[in-house]
Design a protein around this ligand. Structure first.
Ligand code: ADP
Ligand code: ZN
Ligand code: ZN
Length: 757
């Protein structure tokens, strides 16, 4: 081997997301590529028995491989259209791989928000390069019939020194050849500038910042102090309308003054137009957005602008975390409790954790904000890991609304079987008479299908776990006409019983799966109030990205009296004429099979209530429930976060759920049902032997969705107080399950899952 030649092998990962190929493969670097191949680059290599050309990423360049020279294949080419990965991005991908147990390729695809280079837009200008009399001479020499176009551009150049290229070729109808001949004669110069695709808004009118209230001032100073010193994560707990956004902006202004950049995460871009506009109006054109609905070109340009120091702020959903700022100073996560911050596909990362990692690495500060902080973040703040600032007053004259809780069992007893309680109807009628607006909220998650008793409110639960059973079956096969038997299943432990016909507690026959939808609600409202104008916002009415904005603007312009919606309507909108919010079925999120359902219910109810009374007029809220005594409902009614937190923590501590404990869901997927159960059982047995009492091992159980595309899913949950220990267990499981031979068999991990698998 000729060592003088230097490094001549590239260790690459192949662009196929499967654990089987999740390792380095080595290729020889041909001489003509020797100087140009670098780590992080995308290359093309022959792969597998058929030597099919595959994309791959260079992870290392080395001059030694432990492999017979003649068996080693050659790198085919470099893909220079791809964006290379910098060292920093690569190490983030390594961290994700280890932290979340995904393949390197999946990690890389996650941390590179923009994958390919898109042709830069050029802005061309024709600039006069000759004296006026020279131009005049040329004009005189022109043949007005045969050289009309030439004449037109020359005449314009007499008046204007610079002409946009597009205008000349377009409006003036001058061919590129004509322009070229003038350029060759030195009459004009073509100036080329890079033009960036506009991501969102530009030219917003600048506004002066508002004067902060003393509470806001204290929080902003606290954040800025931490930013300039120890960089201790800040949790800003402020009720809806308390002015959190102004506090973020104040801190960001300080960050920019110090020459650093900020990333602002928001849960859902389509729903936060108002917030975006405020950022543009305060910070001007050095703000941009980055999200998946933008075109490739738009995304690429924002990526380049961020990298080249042309931006101070990037706003976007969780993927905006990967904006390549040269000198990151601040990451703000607004509405940090939102479940959209957790990725649903591998790697199943939480934006909060990745942000924490990035902030530590870049010496930046993380700021979390919410009206209803996640139990996890509040727990850390209480423990002293985070600084905590609280804003407990609304800005100006706006007051928190008064809340009425209606026991729907009483309504039933009184013979009212409709969607609407008497109280809600009374208050709605009042609004319609006064010309004020109403929002009605129903939870989409209700489709999970828990079963409850309409008489006593009892929800059918698993005897082994503190979760509700889910209704399964009852589907009719269109070919055979056979209806599958109905059953109740536990998604935690696999326990199953036939569907009950009477309530186990009060023996009432009125037990049924709870299914209700926005559409049914709309019909019911129309029947009750035929002349009322209704807008509906749910997955059906918002198929296109501009639909959200259309519905929201129509409602803001008072083109409707009622807005009906799923949880998407509870997020951050300010409608000053909305004085009543009705939560039609508060229980729908309560009994989803998930240890977080109490937290979700509290958050949704509190956020929904926060939509009422944002203007001068005082608001009212009606919460309809079959469980008025449930602590999530009770504390949301009194808008008492701390009381909710205390009670929730009793449950989490007792049942050893996060944040007291950490949890790892191990999911096995395979095409054969029996095989996957055997694998699951032997894995669970091994785990119990190996880790014994100190780790809580539950399962194997059927996955929530137990079969997708003929692939069966089995899941094992592991609880442990130490996250590092769980990561080591994950590594051990990967090793143990390494000798899989079935092609389709897959192993997936989810740390601190927020949805059960
Ligand atoms: P949050 O993010 O906590 O819901 P916002 O920052 O959106 O609250 O503030 C609510 C409303 O009050 C917004 O219209 C905002 O412009 C206004 N606002 C916030 N702080 C002040 C202030 N100090 N003075 C005047 N208006 C303010
Ligand atoms: Zn009952
Ligand atoms: Zn169970």
């Amino acid at each position: 081997m000729d060592l003088e030649q230097g490094k001549k092998y590239a260790g690459v990962v192949i662009d196929i997301s499967h654990e089987k190929v999740d390792r380095l493969f080595h290729y020889r670097i041909p001489e003509h590529l020797c100087g140009s191949i670098r780590e992080g680059m995308e290359v093309v290599v022959p792969f597998g028995a058929g030597n099919k050309m595959r994309k791959a990423y260079v992870m290392e360049i080395t001059d030694f491989v432990d492999f017979p020279e003649d068996k080693i294949k050659w790198v085919e080419s470099i893909n220079d259209k791809a964006i290379g990965m910098e060292q920093k991005v690569m190490s983030l991908a390594y961290w994700m791989k280890r932290q979340y147990g995904c393949t390197m390729i999946a990690a890389m695809q996650t941390v590179l928000p923009v994958k390919k280079k898109i042709k830069a837009l050029e802005c061309k200008t024709i600039v006069r390069n000759a004296a006026e009399d020279e131009i005049l001479q040329l004009i005189n020499k022109c043949n007005p019939l045969r050289q009309a176009a030439r004449l037109r551009i020359l005449k314009e150049l007499l008046v204007l020194k610079e002409l946009p290229f597009d205008l000349v070729t377009g409006k003036l109808g001058v061919s590129a050849a004509t322009i070229k001949s003038l350029e060759e004669k030195g009459v004009v110069i073509i100036r080329k500038e890079r033009e960036y695709r506009n991501a969102f808004l530009s030219g917003a009118k600048k506004t002066e910042p508002v004067a902060l209230t003393p509470l806001q001032q204290r929080a902003a100073e606290g954040i800025i102090n931490s930013f300039r010193s120890e960089k201790k994560t800040v949790l800003l707990h402020g009720i809806t309308g308390s002015g959190k956004t102004e506090v973020y902006m104040e801190a960001i202004a300080a960050c920019i003054r110090d020459g650093k950049q900020a990333i602002v995460l928001i849960p859902e871009i389509a729903l936060t137009f108002q917030t975006l506009k405020r950022f543009y109006m305060r910070f001007g054109d050095r703000v941009s957005v980055l999200h998946s609905k933008m075109s490739d070109g738009e995304r690429f340009d924002q990526y380049e602008r961020a990298k080249n120091g042309m931006l101070d702020i990037i706003i976007g959903p969780r993927s905006a975390l990967f904006a390549p700022f040269p000198n990151l100073g601040l990451i703000v996560i607004d509405e940090e409790h939102e479940s959209s911050y957790k990725s649903e596909k591998m790697p199943k990362y939480h934006a909060r954790e990745v942000a924490q990692y990035l902030c530590e690495r870049e010496d930046a500060l993380l700021v979390l904000g919410s009206a209803t902080p996640s139990v996890d973040s509040y727990y850390r703040a209480k423990k002293g890991d985070y600084l905590l600032y609280e804003l407990d007053e609304r800005i100006g004259s706006a007051k928190l609304p008064s809340v009425h809780t209606v026991d729907m069992r009483e309504e039933l007893k009184a013979g009212n079987k409709s969607f609407f309680s008497r109280k809600l109807k009374e208050l709605m009628t009042e609004r319609f008479v006064r010309g004020e607006q109403v929002m009605l909220f129903i939870n989409r998650r209700g489709y999970a299908g828990f079963v409850s008793c309409r008489e006593c409110g009892e929800v059918i639960k698993c005897p082994h776990c503190d979760v509700s059973l889910s209704q399964h079956g009852g589907n009719r096969n269109p070919y055979t006409g056979v209806v599958t038997p109905q059953s109740l299943v536990c998604h935690y432990c696999g326990y199953a019983v036939p569907m009950v016909t009477e309530c186990p507690t009060c023996k009432s026959k009125k037990v049924a799966g709870f299914r209700a939808g926005t559409q049914r609600l709309e019909e019911a409202l129309k029947a009750e109030y035929p002349s009322v104008r209704i807008l509906r916002m749910d997955a059906d009415t918002t198929k296109k990205k501009e639909d959200y904005e259309k519905i929201l603007s129509a409602f803001a312009a008072r083109e409707a009296d009622v807005l009906i919606g799923t949880q998407m309507i509870v997020k951050g909108h300010d409608f000053s004429n909305v004085t009543l919010v009705g939560v039609v079925a508060a229980d729908l999120s309560l009994f989803a099979a998930n240890y977080m359902s109490g937290e979700r219910t509290f958050q949704l109810l509190t956020q929904a209530a926060g939509r009422a009374g944002r203007g001068e007029k005082k608001g009212e809220v009606v919460i309809q429930t079959y469980q008025p005594d449930n602590y999530s409902v009770l504390h949301a009614s009194s808008q008492d976060y701390k009381a909710f937190y205390e009670e929730e923590m009793v449950y989490r501590t007792f049942a050893k759920y996060p944040p007291v404990c950490h949890m790892l869901a191990v999911q096995l997927l395979a095409g054969e049902e029996e095989r996957i159960w055997n694998r699951g059982e032997s894995l669970a047995k091994w785990l119990k032997e190996e880790y014994g009492e100190e780790a809580g091992i539950i399962g194997p159980a059927k996955g929530v969705v137990s079969k997708v595309k003929d692939i069966f899913r089995v899941v094992i949950y592991i609880k442990h107080p130490d996250m590092e220990m769980l990561i080591r267990m994950k590594d051990a499981i990967e090793e143990k399950m390494g000798e899989r031979d079935e092609k389709k068999e897959v192993l997936q991990f989810d740390f601190d899952p927020i949805n059960m698998m």
